[in-house]
Design a protein around this ligand. Structure first.
Ligand SMILES: NC(=O)C1=CN([C@@H]2O[C@H](COP(=O)(O)OP(=O)(O)OC[C@H]3O[C@@H](n4cnc5c(N)ncnc54)[C@H](O)[C@@H]3O)[C@@H](O)[C@H]2O)C=CC1
Ligand SMILES: [Mg+2]
Ligand SMILES: [Zn+2]
Length: 276
């Protein structure tokens, strides 16, 4: 089946199509949704930082207006990206995930980090370019590992102080320069909960736009050590029996997929599908 959302590089000199308005991980919406007739929206008084041609949704051209502030427009309201992660359909979330990352990245790369001069969109590529020093900047992605640690019927879950009250999740962390993802798993697990793991198995990945992570998902078996929680990062961590789990992360997250997959295998249930 063809994907409803297809990213692409569209020429903003062309007229027509649909447009999203974005500012700081929020999208303008009205009772018809998020996609506005482009010519109409551009006639409104908007603090436009940049326009990007980002791809096709259901075959229609989609553009993005990156705004400096979330202005009020009669009959419209601003809706958070997180809302669409929790409630929207998967195709819309993929579109918004791309749009928020392109809009934010381009607005944060308006000036060259080397000479300080203004950057330009580089024709034909999703890149910002400094005509003075020929520097290119591509969209920023941060590889991050995420891992479910298990010990027979028990799984190790933890809470960060940033989580919704009561929710426990798998461990995650950013890959550092020069490190392999496998080394990152071992290091982050050691840092966050003080245990050693073995038999790492890669299970799949997920682009995650909060703010620009590429999640690389693993299963690991417990090898040794008692839980010692990292101050500040980890509020609580413990072993949970697969029959008695706490509130878990959103079903669209790879964190939830890693947990559901292990529980399904352990209990002989149908396996979940990795969300896009
Ligand atoms: N899709 C999913 O199921 C899940 C996704 N995540 C994502 O994984 C990522 C990493 O998770 P955390 O536990 O928060 O990371 P972490 O354990 O590495 O700790 C976060 C700390 O890392 C530092 N940091 C921030 N951005 C960084 C970067 N780009 N590179 C290196 N260090 C950085 C900061 O000091 C920050 O406080 C986040 O983007 C988070 O949204 C986390 C859990 C579930
Ligand atoms: Mg972490
Ligand atoms: Zn430059």
């Amino acid at each position: 089946m063809a994907l409803r959302w297809q990213p692409g590089i569209l020429d903003t000199q062309q007229s027509g199509g649909w447009v999203l308005a974005h500012c700081k991980q929020h999208f303008l919406a009205d009772s018809n949704g998020l996609l506005f007739p482009r010519e109409w929206l551009k006639k409104q008084e908007l603090p436009i930082l940049a326009e990007h041609g980002i791809g096709h949704f259901d075959g229609d051209a989609v553009y993005l207006l990156e705004l400096a502030q979330p202005v009020e427009i009669p009959g419209c309201f601003w809706q958070s990206l997180r809302h669409f992660m929790l409630q929207g359909d998967g195709d819309t979330f993929q579109l918004l995930s791309y749009a928020t990352q392109i809009g934010t990245w381009a607005s944060q790369h308006r000036f060259c980090g080397s000479c300080g001069g203004p950057m330009q969109h580089f024709a034909g590529e999703r890149a910002m370019h400094c005509p003075h020093c020929e520097l290119h900047h591509y969209p920023r992605l941060s590889p991050s590992m995420i891992v479910l640690i298990t010990r027979g019927d028990e799984i190790l879950l933890a809470r960060s102080p940033r989580f919704v009250s009561g929710v426990y999740s798998t461990l995650a962390g950013f890959v550092e320069a020069g490190e392999s993802v496998e080394q990152c798993v071992t290091r982050e697990v050691r840092e966050e909960v003080g245990v050693e793991v073995k038999n790492l198995q890669y299970l799949g990945s997920q682009g995650w736009p909060f703010p620009h992570s590429l999640m690389l998902g693993f299963h690991a078996e417990y090898a040794a050590g008692e839980i010692v929680m990292q101050a500040d990062e980890i509020e609580d961590a413990r072993w949970f029996d697969v029959h008695q789990l706490p509130p878990l992360p959103a079903s669209r997250s790879i964190a939830r997929y890693l947990i559901d997959l292990y529980v399904a295998r352990r209990l002989g249930h149908a396996e979940p599908v990795l969300p896009g």
